[in-house]
Design a protein. Structure first.
Length: 257
């Protein structure tokens, strides 16, 4: 095993069930611990319907393991967020994900007050000019669960389960068939003792039984016989298909470092 800390921080948070009013500040608290010390805790948030997440650091409450942040500019119907914690060895953990964020309900404005426009959401066009929206047969929940399986099997080095997530004609950067993809990941899993995979800001476009997501990634790999991990970051594009048996499979996976 490599020398050094391989244990990621742990994030605990009770579900937020209290609704807030438009214009109010949302106070978010979480308990974050680590075997060797927490380096930073960041919360990513957006109003539901917005494209991009904003970010702010969560501050530690003196003498405790509690971290807190206040989210401004909150509007109905809800705000979405996820939390990322990192330790001094750069191990990271997510509580919630970009593709499956946590949600706080925001009550609608009362008394006929004018709604507050969210500058991060594109304005609606007239009905006559509304574009045709392709039906999405893959739900966000399905995609979220699928990506959890992808990350878990990658980090576990479970080649059999990992390859079940790819279609027979799947493609990656330098491989145009499933057999070649399996050879590459078999080599990676055999030559490493641990792996960490983080996906961020993944945005999906749907086309019937297909979905295409783009975002950023961070991968850490601990090679066998080495004391230090290697970090790779960049952009990722993943193509997913729902089969006739309602299973999701990857048809394309491309990275840009």
């Amino acid at each position: 095993m490599p020398v050094g800390d391989l244990i990621a921080p742990e994030i605990k948070q009770s579900p937020i069930t209290t609704n807030i009013l438009p214009g109010e500040l949302a106070n978010i608290r979480a308990t974050v611990t680590d075997n060797a010390g927490v380096k930073s805790v960041t919360i990513f948030y957006r109003n539901t319907g917005a494209v991009d997440f904003k970010r702010t650091e969560m501050m530690r409450e003196l003498g405790t393991d509690h971290y807190a942040a206040t989210l401004p500019e909150i509007i109905a119907p809800s705000v979405e967020y996820y939390i990322r914690a990192t330790d001094h060895a750069e191990n990271a953990i997510l509580h919630g994900h970009t593709f499956s964020p946590l949600t706080i309900t925001v009550l609608p404005a009362q008394g006929g007050s004018a709604a507050v426009a969210d500058p991060h959401v594109a304005p609606q066009k007239d009905a006559a000019a509304k574009p045709v929206i392709t039906k999405a047969n893959i739900s966000q929940r399905e995609l979220a669960l699928f990506l959890i399986q992808f990350i878990r099997s990658y980090e576990d080095g479970d080649l059999l389960q990992f390859m079940r997530l790819f279609s027979e004609n799947a493609k990656i950067e330098n491989r145009m068939d499933r057999k070649g993809i399996e050879e590459d990941y078999k080599d990676l899993f055999n030559k490493s003792v641990a792996r960490r995979f983080i996906l961020g800001d993944l945005k999906w476009e749907h086309n019937n039984d297909k979905a295409e997501g783009e975002g950023f990634f961070e991968v850490k790999i601990w090679p066998k016989g080495g004391n230090n991990f290697k970090t790779f970051t960049g952009e990722v594009m993943i193509e997913v298909l729902k089969t006739k048996t309602n299973q999701l499979v990857i048809t394309g996976l491309f990275h840009r470092f």
